[in-house]
Write a protein that binds this ligand. Structure first.
Ligand code: ATR
Length: 290
């Protein structure tokens, strides 16, 4: 039996899916299926475990079977840059594809992650990015997108810290070329008295139960931060967020980012406004059980 509001699956059902590895814990199917049902669309969203070596075949297969669209998650976002027929400007600017729209037999690659980050920071922390001083922890895929997006939003100073130093050096060079007005500091800010408007965790530290803090306590103190955002949303409150709350910072986890990248993808596929409240509720239900 379909859930209330959900149409029967039939020969006219349009399909979307997320491709990833691992993908079993993805909350995207819950979020998008709730949105399709709320708008009474005869659409469904699935999740497929796809090994990177089969990514091209999976994208081609979805195109051949007239899927409406795809999301891509770890580890496919960079690989897909070479596998679509066309790159939307968002994928070119941010250098990664997390959304594909199939149109007239062509696969068009988009990036909705970058906008998702900025929208969530504004909505959940009520922060003004232009002119802000930011410390970004992590320079993997998510950290790189966040750094470029923050630079494009006109933050004044961006401090980058990462276990592997070469990645922040590379990122510093990239930002210097694309957004020369932004000061990029390598490692933690030297002046321990000056406040940092936003600390953004884009490392995977905090995902595991016994994880500590994602910054070096000898080089940076929690008290320097005004607001702290953790891209991790499972658990809902990492050690970083708990400590930040305790010291009186504004805090938010990465659920809003997941929501807004999904909402943007939904709008690209369907051409309709995303039902944000429905999608937020579905994510909460799926991830936290309430
Ligand atoms: P994502 O796509 O989520 O960004 P990723 O590209 O694997 O995933 O990036 C993970 C980030 O967490 C990186 O910044 C990584 O640091 P390295 O660039 O040095 O690998 C960071 N990270 C993961 N485990 C870590 C650990 N134990 N200590 C410090 N940093 C860690």
């Amino acid at each position: 039996m379909p859930k209330s509001g959900q149409s029967e699956i039939n020969a006219a059902t349009r399909l979307c899916a997320v491709l990833g590895s691992p993908v079993a814990h993805s909350a995207s199917p819950a979020m998008h299926n709730a949105a399709f049902a709320a708008l009474a669309l005869n659409w469904r969203y699935l999740a497929f475990e796809v090994n990177p070596k089969n990514l091209r075949a999976a994208i081609e297969g979805a195109k051949a079977m007239n899927f409406a669209g795809l999301n891509l998650t770890v580890p496919h976002k960079l690989l897909a840059l070479e596998m679509v027929d066309e790159l939307d400007v968002s994928a070119k600017v941010w250098g990664a594809v997390n959304t594909i729209n199939f149109q007239n037999g062509r696969a068009i690659g988009f990036n909705t992650d970058a906008d998702g980050i900025a929208t969530s920071l504004r909505e959940d922390l009520k922060i003004k990015l232009r002119g802000a001083r930011v410390l970004l922890l992590g320079a993997g895929g998510a950290g790189r997108t966040a750094a470029l997006k923050l630079a494009s939003e006109g933050v004044s100073e961006l401090f980058l810290a990462n276990r592997t130093f070469s990645k922040i050096l590379e990122l510093q060079n990239e930002i210097a070329k694309k957004f020369p007005a932004v000061y990029v500091g390598l490692n933690y800010p030297k002046d321990s008295k000056a406040k940092i408007d936003l600390v953004l965790n884009a490392t995977s530290i905090g995902l595991k139960k016994n994880d500590g803090l994602p910054f070096d306590g000898n080089q940076f103190s929690q008290n320097q931060a005004r607001a702290v955002y953790d891209m991790i949303y499972r658990p809902a409150e990492t050690r970083l967020l708990a400590a930040a709350k305790k010291s009186g910072c504004k805090t938010a986890n990465g659920l809003g980012m997941l929501l807004h990248q999904g909402a943007k993808a939904f709008e690209i596929w369907t051409g309709k406004s995303a039902p944000l409240d429905v999608m937020r509720r579905a994510l909460g239900q799926n991830i936290y059980g309430h």
